[in-house]
Design a protein around this ligand. Structure first.
Ligand SMILES: [Zn+2]
Length: 157
């Protein structure tokens, strides 16, 4: 009575777009900047270098309103302006977060960094306000806070 029940479980959870045509929102090779069409590939098919994936360092920041996740070589602008921050939805509930508040990134060596982008209400690591536009390292377990009350936990591994 359920002829399609088994096939449905084989569909990838986020399979949209067919995966054939290179897409500007896809994963980019951190070495040669070629677009990697298969996000699960372990190797770049342009420069043949290993790509970040399972076992590679990953930076996560868990906020009450969402989790940010970055592979090495990736950076992310945090802020309330959807035109500047791809994760603006995480911060729209908070009026005191700036439109472009801070940037977090994970470098090729697996070190995580944060930089305040001249925000009005400040970026804090473990309660200490960062000077604007200065790179500050993030460590596993650090608390990253934007303005007074948007606190996230850094997970590096
Ligand atoms: Zn490459």
């Amino acid at each position: 009575m359920h002829p399609h029940g088994r096939e449905q479980t084989l569909l990838p959870p986020d399979g949209q777009g067919g995966g054939r045509r290179p897409d500007s929102t896809g994963l980019m090779c951190p070495y040669c900047e070629a677009v990697v069409s298969n996000p699960n590939a372990s190797q770049c098919d342009s420069c043949l270098r290993p790509l970040p994936g399972q076992g590679a360092p990953t930076l996560r920041v868990l906020f009450p309103t969402g989790e940010l996740k970055l592979a090495s070589g990736q950076s992310l602008v945090l802020g309330r302006d959807a035109g500047q921050s791809p994760v603006a939805a995480t911060f729209t509930p908070y009026d005191n977060v700036s439109r472009r508040h801070s940037t977090v990134w994970l470098d090729q060596q697996g070190t995580a960094w944060v930089r305040d982008e001249g925000s009005t209400n400040g970026t804090f690591v473990n309660g200490e306000r960062l000077p604007p536009r200065v790179d500050a390292p993030l460590r596993d377990g650090d608390q990253l806070r934007l303005a007074a009350d948007v606190a996230g936990t850094v997970s590096l591994g």
